[in-house]
Design a protein around this ligand. Structure first.
Ligand code: PEP
Ligand code: MG
Length: 733
């Protein structure tokens, strides 16, 4: 026990001091054990024999009540409260007035701080405020190990310690093991209290002004537009200007907290208060408040916050990441990303995929369960996160990481090998891209060019609409980086699951079937023409290939193509160079076109099959909804027959055709595509190596013969049969 005495003495001194400053006869600290019990850790005024003896079960007594509510409890006569639970060992019968506040850390209640008086005194709002601030400092000191040693805190739920496995959604493929870095780092204990209230008040007011101005400006860009994002911004504005929020923050600063600590304090209260709400509306408001708090902290840090120095093997942990935030981190050290929210179309997911960083999202309660520096695993193969994993899990994952690295090395060796099938058919393997960071990997992949450049990504990762000059700059960079390899630029594919806060359409019941892609481009020709102008300027007399997304009728293609001709004429009138060669193509994503290819193909220079959308529309299954998106198999007779019809029509009219949906990057699916006769595949960068390995081991004639019979199968899926065929032919899938 010798080692514990000084710490216990320290804690006793703390409660004595608090009792003195609050003019209370009793001051007690309860901390939460891992089993949920609240244990008396120190007291001034109650029987010292009760320390480490009195334990309240979860929900028991007034302490349990505070714990449950995460809010202060102020009573003039504690024993008459229905939740009061009498503990004879504490000797507390003569005390009536009771004030207890939660010890909050990151929205979790780690303990309770209580003061009591004999008289039926009523504690004032100032008393409550004071005790909350003391509780905040105390919580940080306990967590920082300033008051109790690690040994004493063993089994105390100060910070989450147990191994946990959280199930989420795979947002960017891969596997990583590293240390957690919190994107929204908690304010350090040393930065909680200020001795210059006016200076802090000034900092806070300046930051709030900056935040309000920022939100007002964001809203101004939205004039005349209605939609969910506009609503969200309106809510932000309301909250940012809300007097109660401002007052709570100012009050906290007036009570001696730094501006950052004030933000955290108000945030903690909101989290604890609203966090338990079932009402989805309230939870949504909490979400908005969280975002506002983060924004306010960034304003306090100064807008141009420098990139954080990351440890080796950093795994970034965040609620969500805004436009471009991920790009601010050092890519060489950032190994993975865990998000509490996020969807596959969210900025963070898009950028993570472009940076080839594994990412798992939709991990409920993530931030409250991770401490800075915790070992964590991002398993984006299964869509899971392991927090503080056990050694056997680490060993298993490390082995899997090793296998992946070996496979990568093997694919890297194939980089320079052209992709010919065993029977001598050349298969052109291209890469999908969308951001400047993608281009860094182009040479590494061995892809022969970019078969799909998703131009909307630039729009999706920007805070506001990229200007024409910014568009030109990016496209020129892409052409430069491609270094003579072909690039197919796809015009803006916005709408559907790709929403922009600054360019929002009306709320739609069925966005995937709504005003999106080329439909939007044709209705808003200024947007599309600006982009075409930027593309023509960027290629500056070199070849240009451009294609339009989600064309559903020949008229749409005709109209879109006419805009390209118009922009080229416009450039030439100004003496600017026209592209040395122009190819205009359509994406085949709407099933309608399959039965009008005879009309469409003669108008196009090439087509590319967007199987992600084509499958969603063929099977009437939302690609973004995990419940239905994997319900139907592209390796099924209807899907394969649709693909065969497209391939045959293209062969008949001599139109070059590629497949650029995700399936082109999966070896087994790519095997089927080659069997159907496709010879141009564009895929995510990580698919190029595995698909090339498959191609090199594949006899295309045999694949075609084997596949032909399967297309007449009466099964819903022929995946198993195709797998068996690949095995029989010894194809590396
Ligand atoms: C597709 O739909 O298959 C496609 C490649 O386009 P995106 O995934 O960008 O919609
Ligand atoms: Mg598509």
């Amino acid at each position: 026990m010798a080692g514990t005495i000084p710490a216990q003495a320290k804690l006793s001194a703390v409660v004595r001091t608090i009792a003195g400053s609050m003019v209370a006869e009793v001051c007690s600290i309860y901390l939460r054990r891992a089993n949920g019990e609240m244990e008396l850790f120190a007291t001034e005024g109650l029987d010292p024999g009760a320390v480490h003896v009195t334990r309240m079960r979860p929900g028991e007594g007034l302490i349990g009540e505070i714990m449950r509510q995460g809010r202060p409890l102020n009573l003039s006569d504690a024993p008459s409260h229905p939740a009061f639970s009498y503990r004879p060992e504490t000797g507390e019968d003569p005390f009536h007035a009771f004030l207890g506040v939660p010890l909050l850390r990151g929205g979790r209640t780690i303990g309770v701080l209580v003061v009591q008086n004999r008289t039926s005194r009523v504690y004032s709002d100032d008393d409550i405020e004071d005790l909350q601030i003391i509780a905040m400092v105390l919580a940080e000191m306990v967590a920082a190990g300033d008051l109790l040693s690690r040994e004493e805190l063993k089994d105390v739920e100060i910070a989450p310690r147990r191994s946990e496995r959280l199930k989420g959604a795979r947002l960017a493929d891969g596997l990583a093991f590293g240390v957690a870095v919190l994107h929204e780092a908690p304010v350090a204990a040393g930065r909680l209290l200020s001795d210059d209230v006016p200076a802090e008040e000034h900092r806070l007011s300046t930051a709030i002004d900056g935040l309000q101005a920022q939100i007002d400006a964001m809203l101004e860009g939205h004039e005349g537009i209605v939609g969910p994002s506009y609503d969200v911004l309106e809510t932000y504005r309301m909250l940012a200007h809300s007097r109660s929020w401002n007052h709570s923050l100012l009050d906290a600063v007036h009570s001696g907290l730094t501006a950052e600590a004030a933000v955290e304090r108000v945030r903690s209260e909101h989290r604890a208060g609203i966090g338990q709400a079932r009402d989805p509306y309230l939870r949504e408001r909490l979400h908005d408040l969280e975002d506002l708090n983060d924004r306010l902290l960034r304003h306090l840090n100064g807008d141009g916050e420098k990139a954080r120095v990351l440890p080796e093997n950093a795994i970034l942990v965040a609620r969500n990441l805004g436009p471009a935030e991920l790009l601010e981190y050092d890519r060489t050290r950032l190994k993975g990303l865990l998000l509490e929210e996020g969807s596959s179309a969210s900025h963070a997911a898009i950028v993570a995929r472009a940076m080839d960083i594994p990412c798992v999202g939709r991990l409920a309660g993530l931030r409250d369960r991770v401490n800075e520096g915790d070992p964590v695993i991002v398993d984006a193969e299964t869509g899971e996160a392991y927090l503080r994993p056990r050694p056997d899990v680490v060993a298993a994952v490390t082995a899997r990481i090793g296998v992946r690295a070996e496979r990568r090395a093997e694919f890297a060796r194939l980089r320079g090998t052209p992709a010919y099938t065993l029977d001598g058919a050349k298969i052109t393997l291209l890469m999908n891209a969308g951001l400047a960071v993608d281009l860094d990997i182009l040479p590494e992949t061995g892809a022969e060019g970019i078969g799909l450049f998703r131009t909307e990504f630039q729009f999706m990762v920007s805070e506001d609409m990229p200007r024409r000059t910014a568009q030109t700059e990016l496209y020129a960079k892409v052409v430069e980086a491609a270094d003579g390899r072909p690039v197919i630029f796809r015009t803006l594919d916005l709408g559907g699951d790709k929403v922009l806060p600054y360019l929002q359409a009306e709320r739609e019941d069925n966005p995937a079937l709504g005003w999106r892609a080329v439909r939007m481009g044709l209705d808003r020709p200024a947007l599309l023409r600006t982009q075409l102008r930027a593309l023509i300027a960027a290629v500056a007399g070199r070849p240009l290939s451009v294609m339009f997304p989600l064309v559903a009728s020949v008229e749409e293609f005709r109209a879109a193509r006419a805009l390209v001709d118009r922009e080229i004429a416009w450039a030439m009138r100004r003496g600017r160079p026209a592209p040395s060669r122009l190819e205009v193509g359509a994406m085949i994503e709407a099933p309608s076109l399959i039965w009008h290819l005879d009309a469409l193909l003669p108008m196009t220079d090439f087509v590319s099959v967007g199987t992600n959308d084509l499958m969603q529309y063929l099977f009437a299954a939302d690609r973004g909804n995990p419940r239905v998106s994997e319900r139907y198999d592209p390796l099924s007779p209807p899907a394969l027959r649709a693909l065969r019809a497209i391939r045959e029509a293209c062969a008949e009219s001599g139109t070059p055709v590629s497949v650029c949906g995700e399936m082109a990057g999966r070896p087994l699916e790519a095997f089927a595509l080659i069997g159907l006769g496709f010879d141009r595949l564009s895929m995510p960068p990580t698919g190029v190596g595995p698909v090339k390995k498959m191609v090199l081991s594949c006899d295309r004639g045999a694949a075609a013969r084997g596949l032909a019979g399967l297309l007449n199968s009466s099964s819903g899926s022929v995946r198993g049969e195709i797998e068996a065929l690949a095995r029989k032919l010894a194809v590396a899938v």
